[in-house]
Design a protein around this ligand. Sequence first.
Ligand SMILES: [Zn+2]
Length: 301
Amino acid sequence: MIIGIDIGGTTTKIGLVEKGRVIARSRIATTGHAGDHAFADALAAEVRGLAERHGATVSAAGIGAPNANQYTGIIEMAPNLPWKHDVPLARMMATRLGVPATLGNDANAAALGEWRYGAGQGYNDLLIVTLGTGVGSGFIVNGRLVLGSHGNAGELGHMTLVMDGRSCTCGRKGCLEAYVSIRGLRQTYAELDGDPAVLQEEGVRCIADAAHRGDAAALQTFRHAVRWLAVGLANAVAVTGPQRIVLFGGIARNGDLLMAPLREHFQEALLNIYMGRVDLTVSALPDDDAAILGAAALTTL
Ligand SMILES: [Zn+2]
């Protein structure tokens, strides 16, 4: 069996993967450890415990993490992780677990999961976009995951959409992520003078609920997000020409508020040679599974 590990800002999710299915899960906190080595110790202990409880022999470990360089196996100064230095996690985990370990960018890993086991199966040219706290993406082009010269290509979320626009977590302005992530939608709602009580709850579920109650600012928030996302996706299509785009993350699960109008605006935004030729769909995998399956699939790239 293969261990798939998805390292997030607060939680690290672990899955035991057999034949493309997650058969057991566990998790540890990403934060609160005395350092990167203490984190790796805790992670290795959890992995060993999970394997033991299920009588599994682990043959390899795949790890998805923000700012991971797939060529070097190093997490490079990730702003959302507790360690501000380079962490050679692939090597650290291989040593602790005694099996080969592969590290890759988390969005690319999720894309790989969707490609191999989800809505992307059978497509040679695919774009997978995660709409979550940030906007992650992975590009499959000509049947290969695009890694680029630094092992972390495919950052659609940080494509500039608006010149001198909103500040982004990357330090620049006007990135797609600043408009269509959870944070982006919440900012839009606040800028539209939405009801402050709605924003007391985290995430975007609260804005979606308000939209369903007829809240004008909430409806407008989704309308704006749809327009921005349509343009961002159409720009990406012009570069790599995917047959299908798969969206996942909580925001994408708003079918009526997001996906239905998005399909319409997306077709209008497309370069004419792609009109009617790019299919837009939502992931059929549970969010956690795409990331874990994809991390496990990194070991077979
Ligand atoms: Zn950015």
